[in-house]
Design a protein around this ligand. Structure first.
Ligand code: HEM
Length: 306
């Protein structure tokens, strides 16, 4: 019997995302064992000290790190290095990442302390190449002003779409974790009328209601990202922003039972369906990163810690 990490939990109000890359030519196994123990400790402590804050930390491991750490073979069936997806106009880039931490909680303080403890444990053997502090924007809106997360699976569907089952028994209750850091051209998007903005997403802005199919454009985000009721993922996106640096964006993060489901959505968005009919949202959003990780079960991590 294995139990999953906290991949099915709902949004926290505050999030820190970290991507780490191991330094070359060092032994990293011992630090990894300490990190596995630490993640377990942080989750237990967060829930014990602040039971209502939803303070959790999920650890994801990249393909190359899996090999370097000599973790079990065969690998999870669909764990690979993400390869770029190049459409006629936009590209989903592929970037490095050995470990990914998804820290969330209702209080920024606990997220900060978790990130600090991880940094103290890893910084001699790895570099943090990305750190994004996300926050809940109003009623769960992306920084572009549209509610994000509405059509996520709920109830029992979350485990069905978010966790590996018997099809890859060695990794049961693990999950494929895919992340992209998007920067938005907020000024260009804001210069559209509300009606034009709604056509970008295929939903009405204030009410968060989906447009009828006969009105929704074929290149609307949800027209291309929805690949059928039997193929869903758990999205936990968070907005982030730095006015001074003029850098506003969405940290896209998805947990899925199969990576091929995420890949199909990305193909639809970047290449288009049919090819050329790409996602209009990409005209206002540049993917700066793109990395696939695997979030093994919590049981797997506690075994790896000893
Ligand atoms: C839906 C925002 C990237 C997959 C939505 C919705 C918004 C949104 C506002 C409508 C409400 C909802 O159901 O959540 C964004 C933003 C993105 C982004 C701001 C980054 C710029 C992606 C990517 C994927 C994706 C990269 C897949 C790889 C989906 C799916 C839906 C959705 C599956 C639900 C479609 C449906 O069934 O109606 N997104 N999204 N999104 N998005 Fe995204």
């Amino acid at each position: 019997m294995t139990i999953s990490q906290h991949v099915l939990d709902y949004h926290g109000n505050n999030t820190i995302f970290q991507v780490w890359v191991f330094k070359p030519q060092l032994s990293v196994k011992e630090a990894f064992m300490r990190i596995c123990a630490l993640v377990d400790n942080l989750n237990n402590s967060g829930q014990n000290r602040f039971p209502d804050s939803g303070a959790t930390c999920v650890l994801g491991i990249g393909h190359d790190a899996w090999l370097r750490l000599d973790l079990p073979r065969p690998l999870p069936l669909e764990l690979e290095n993400f390869r770029p997806i190049t459409g006629a106009k936009h590209t989903a880039v592929a970037t490095a990442g050995d470990l990914h931490f998804h820290i969330k909680g209702s209080q920024p303080g606990i997220c900060f302390d978790m990130a600090a403890a991880i940094t103290a444990t890893l910084s001699t053997v790895a570099d943090c190449i990305e750190e994004v502090h996300g926050f809940r924007y109003w009623d769960g809106r992306s920084i572009l002003g549209f509610v994000d997360g509405t059509e996520n699976p709920h109830g029992d569907e979350r485990a069905g779409f978010g966790l590996i089952g018997d099809e890859d028994a060695a990794y049961k209750n693990g999950s494929y974790l895919f992340v992209q850091k998007y920067i938005h051209n907020l000024m260009a998007f804001s210069s559209l009328t509300v009606e034009e903005q709604e056509k970008v997403f295929g939903r009405y802005k204030m009410s968060d209601i989906e447009m009828p199919d006969n009105i929704k454009p074929a290149n609307a985000h949800i027209a291309l990202a929805n690949i059928g009721d039997e193929f869903k993922i758990i999205r936990d996106n968070m907005p982030f922003g730095n006015m001074g640096a003029n850098e506003m964006g969405t940290y896209f993060i998805a947990y899925a039972r199969t990576f091929s489901t995420v890949k199909k959505m990305l193909d639809n968005m970047f290449i288009g369906s049919p090819p050329g009919n790409y996602d209009r949202l990409l005209d206002f959003s540049i993917a700066k990163t793109g990395t696939l990780f695997f979030a093994p079960s919590a049981t797997f991590l506690s075994d790896a810690a000893s």
